[in-house]
Design a protein around this ligand. Structure first.
Ligand code: AMP
Length: 265
């Protein structure tokens, strides 16, 4: 389905709620959408061993957040190189492109300079400048900085009852050597407890322990409350609830179509 204007989307949802699944389905249904993942941008730098990659690698390895200035610059750089945003004036354009180049290749000190004197950007409304942000913003501070950079125009809060998420996780078993995943409710192995291909024993993933998940869900609520309030105050927040991803997808498609879809579709 075609979009008539740029959709700039954020998906928020507890771990295990199926954000990744919904994002993939949206990309498939609305081919003008792209996905922009802060984690992937960072991983590319780490993989290519750029100075920035080397700088963030230990924070990433220990699961800590990397500094806002670095993340913000990666996003600015990415949005600019796709021509989805442009500095409002040619003068600032020149100063920005030179400093962002320095930033991305040299040090985060330069990136702090860049973010501290952000100039207004012009945002493309071309439907091809449509994206789902993945992994960003993670904090209220990042959300506020993003507001100055590019106006997000749709924030989806995906909700599934906690009991359902826990049920799904409780039923999940893996074949560790191959990574094959089973679920005792909707994707059972042919023989209970055994891998279909090798016949070896299935095990639980370390992070699928229920206690760990309960903690992660609580942490999610705490960490995301300010973000949800922020977007709700801006009238951008739309909640969608369902017992499963399949129940949520049609509602999400319909809402994206209603807000951004081309009239002739
Ligand atoms: P992800 O793939 O989104 O889970 O991100 C992987 C890692 O990249 C995180 O654990 C953080 O270290 C870093 N990261 C990704 N996005 C952000 C962000 N918005 N703010 C700070 N750190 C981030």
């Amino acid at each position: 389905m075609r979009l008539r204007q740029a959709a700039r989307i954020i998906l928020i949802g507890a771990p295990g709620v199926g954000k990744g699944t919904q994002a993939l389905r949206l990309l498939d249904r609305f081919p003008q959408l792209s996905s922009l993942s802060s984690g992937n941008l960072l991983r590319d730098h780490v993989h290519n061993q750029t100075p920035l990659g080397i700088e963030v690698s230990s924070a990433m390895a220990s699961g800590k957040l990397v500094p806002d200035s670095i993340i913000l610059n990666l996003i600015i750089h990415e949005l600019q190189s796709r021509k989805w945003i442009q500095p409002a004036s040619i003068a600032s354009n020149q100063s920005l492109s030179s400093s962002s180049h320095t930033t991305l290749n040299n040090s985060s000190t330069a990136s702090q300079n860049l973010t501290s004197h952000l100039t207004p950007f012009e945002t493309s409304n071309d439907p091809l400048a449509s994206f789902i942000l993945d992994g960003f913003p993670r904090t209220i501070d990042q959300a506020q900085k993003l507001d100055d950079l590019i106006p997000i125009n749709f924030v989806v809060w995906i909700k599934t009852p906690v009991s359902k998420i826990l049920e799904r996780i409780a039923g999940r078993w893996i074949h560790a050597p191959s990574g094959r995943v089973y679920n005792t409710t909707f994707n059972k192995p042919k023989v209970e407890g055994l891998d279909d291909i090798t016949g070896e024993k299935l095990t639980k993933r370390q992070d699928d322990k229920l206690e760990t998940w309960k903690k992660r869900l609580d942490q999610f609520e705490e960490a995301n409350r300010p973000l949800l309030n922020h977007y709700s105050q801006k009238n951008l927040l739309w909640e969608v609830e369902g017992q499963s991803s399949d129940e949520i997808t049609p509602k999400l498609f319909e809402e994206v179509r209603r807000r951004f879809g081309a009239d002739d579709e």
